[in-house]
Structure formats: structure tokens, C-alpha cells
Design a protein around this ligand. Structure first.
Ligand code: ADP
Length: 153
């Protein structure tokens, strides 16, 4: 008998769960896309965060709901504004890798006050990122439910 409390056992369990176990597919738009197109994509794909990529599908930016709302407050036609001028851009993007611990991701979401992170792999010898997934507060809520139902190995 290890003498570990229930809370310690739960903590041990949580500290082994990786991004790999709780992720969603990424939804991306090209940097040349308009704000109008990005709003349509956000509704059609039913996501709260879009990732912006260049023609080589390298990550260049992030678009949140409020980024798009803010752009919509201006007088300019949304079809004429490229997302590249309103997005949060590299290198100011917080990312994670498939093998990272979920608890590290949760910490980043809290510290940066954001809803989600792109899951990336390094390309071009570490000079850029390719987006392979998405992890959000919703995925972490799903983990909480699984833990409560004792459905986590
Ligand atoms: P909202 O703005 O809709 O509340 P967020 O809280 O996720 O959604 O986004 C807040 C701001 O942080 C936005 O300007 C967004 O572009 C930016 N942002 C979102 N995700 C990231 C990220 N992973 N790295 C850096 N900035 C991000």
C-alpha cells in the first residue's frame, strides 16, 4: 500500500495525460483570406479560434472571435480587409506539441488568458511551425468529466 491519498492519485493521473489524448482538429485560413471569409469559416466550422497559414501551410497567425468582432466595428467593407492585418501574429503565438502535458497547456491558457492553442510540429529546421491540431478549454473540460467518471487510464 502506497499510502497515497485520493487527491495524490488524481494528481499523478493528471500529470501523465498529454495533448495527444485530448485534442481537436485544427481549422485554418490562408493569410490572404478576408475578414468576411474568416467569419464565414468560423460559423461553418463551429470553432472559436482560427489559425492563419501562409501558402507553405506554415503558421503565421491566430484569429479569435473578438479579433473578428473588433474588425467588424470599423467602416471598411469586411471583404476588403485581409486577416493578416488583424490577426495576432508570429512570433507572439503560444503553441504546444503533441507530447506536452495537458496540465502545461492548461497553465498556458490561464497565464495568457486565451481559449486555445495550436498543436504544432517544427518545420524548416525549427524556423517555422505546421499546425497539426487544436486544444481548447473545451478539451480540458472533457478531461475533467472523464476524470470525474473515472474514465482516465
Ligand atoms: P477572444 O478574443 O474571442 O476572447 P481569446 O481569449 O482566445 O478569444 O483571444 C484573446 C486574444 O489573444 C486575441 O487577440 C487572439 O488573437 C489572441 N490569441 C488567441 N490564441 C492565442 C495563442 N495561442 N497565442 C497567442 N495569442 C492568441
Amino acid at each position: 500500500y502506497t499510502g497515497k491519498s485520493g487527491t495524490q492519485l488524481l494528481a499523478d493521473k493528471v500529470k501523465h495525460i498529454t495533448v495527444n489524448d485530448y485534442q481537436s482538429r485544427p481549422v485554418v485560413v490562408q493569410q490572404s483570406a478576408s475578414v468576411y471569409d474568416a467569419i464565414c469559416t468560423m460559423f461553418l466550422e463551429d470553432v472559436g479560434t482560427l489559425f492563419v497559414v501562409d501558402q507553405q501551410i506554415t503558421l503565421v497567425g491566430v484569429l479569435s472571435r473578438k479579433d473578428l468582432l473588433r474588425a467588424s466595428l470599423g467602416k471598411q467593407a469586411l471583404e476588403t480587409i485581409p486577416v493578416s492585418i488583424i490577426m495576432t501574429r508570429m512570433p507572439n503565438i503560444t503553441v504546444c506539441k503533441q507530447g506536452d502535458l495537458i496540465i502545461e497547456v492548461a497553465n498556458k491558457l490561464i497565464m495568457k488568458q486565451i481559449d486555445g492553442l495550436p498543436i504544432v510540429i517544427e518545420v524548416d529546421y525549427g524556423s517555422g511551425y505546421e499546425v497539426v491540431g487544436r486544444i481548447t478549454k473545451t478539451n480540458i473540460t472533457a478531461l475533467l468529466v472523464d476524470l470525474a467518471n473515472d474514465e482516465v487510464i
